[in-house]
Design a protein around this ligand. Sequence first.
Ligand code: ATP
Length: 369
Amino acid sequence: MPPTRDTILAALRAVVDPETGRNVVDAGLISGLTLSGGQVGFSLDLGTSGDAAAKEPLRRACEDAVRALDGVDAAFVVLTAERPPSPAPAASRRRSDKKDNRSGAIAGVRHIIAVASGKGGVGKSTLSVNLALGLRDLGLKVGIMDADIYGPSLPRMLGISGEPQSDGKTLTPFEARGVKAMSIGFIVEEDKAMIWRGPMVMTAVTQLLYDVDWAPLDVLVVDMPPGTGDAQLTMAQRVPLSGAVVVSTPQDIALIDARKGIAMFDKVNVPLLGLVENMSYYVCPHCGSRDELFGHGGARATAEARNTPFLGEVPLHLAIREMSDTGTPIVDSQPDSEQAQAFARIAQGVKAQLDARAQAPTGPTIRMG
Ligand SMILES: Nc1ncnc2c1ncn2[C@@H]1O[C@H](COP(=O)(O)OP(=O)(O)OP(=O)(O)O)[C@@H](O)[C@H]1O
């Protein structure tokens, strides 16, 4: 039988914070408890010190206590910071320093989709931007949110610069190429990004979701941080996603990581809209000849094995990189090229998946923290 809220809280009362000598429940450190069958998730407050490393043993102790209960299949405990430990630049300073646990749908935004990868450098940002533009070409109102704290690339890829405008309450997204755009790079200092942990990333992401004037949108494309660690799991769990697209290159090692990405979304019940194989084959920019450098087709096989839609292959082509670097993504700069068409087909596939799920009698399961 699945656990109840009371049995979980009772188990957590046995976990004592050595810093205060009080149990985590009575000390008020637990919030956002969610139950979904045998899956349990909640936040553990870090306190004002913001020292996530020091609280890690306590986080684990909470997870272990809940996992040990009958009927619990999985427990996810995320550390929640009272405030980010590093001084944030102007845009986020304008907003509240209070703990930010906002969750749930964003008014006026129909779908939020994540673009994720098991490892960095496989073309997740390139896909996010070109997918957003491809969805725009299908007549949808589209936004793109760059949550890739390890290397926000949206400003460069869309040629955006400057500070976002704010009325003191909400931020106005940038408008570029007919899509609304906002990057975590605008509210987080880049050189500090590497030391940020899941909860801190989540605070910034929550602000990007709820403090930006996104509406009205059909689809908000979220460029996730690469990997399947703490930050990514927290996001996958707490952002109200309609689904996720996982991108991989064809090499075995990348595919192993992509499978971890798929497993991560499965774990938190976010539907997989499909898998994309980037740098699938090489097209010579001079003669147009095709070469399968890394042995192509692994992502399609992985998708088939996992019963996940395969959304398509994108060739490795110099123009894709060059156009990204100059702020004119390939879908806009060379729309008739094979490489732009590859992105256009992926956008069609994503739209078809979203439409099908919207019409399904039981919609996708959306987990909110
Ligand atoms: N199909 C492609 N052909 C040629 N170059 C590509 C292709 N896809 C991506 N690139 C280039 O590869 C580099 C990495 O791509 P991108 O930044 O999109 O990856 P990422 O997975 O988002 O990386 P990170 O995890 O570091 O954010 C960029 O220079 C990009 O222009």
